[in-house]
Write a protein that binds this ligand. Structure first.
Ligand SMILES: [Zn+2]
Length: 63
């Protein structure tokens, strides 16, 4: 492994928690996909994740 990024939690990957802040509950909307690599040489898994609208807005205006 060459990258060291924090792994999303199981709840985040299963669209039960916000992919940005990690909190469950509240209004969660589709927030694209996250890809996790399982092991070397294997295709990454794609997950349809969700986020709070507010969290997405913060992310987009950050740059
Ligand atoms: Zn959030």
């Amino acid at each position: 492994m060459t990258t060291h990024q924090p792994e999303p939690s199981r709840a985040q990957l299963q669209a039960k928690a916000c992919i940005r802040c990690g909190r469950e509950g509240g209004e969660l909307v589709p927030a694209g996909h996250v890809y996790t690599s399982t092991s070397e040489g294997q295709a990454p898994l794609g997950w349809a994740v969700v986020a709070h609208p507010k969290c997405i807005t913060i992310e987009e205006t950050a740059c």
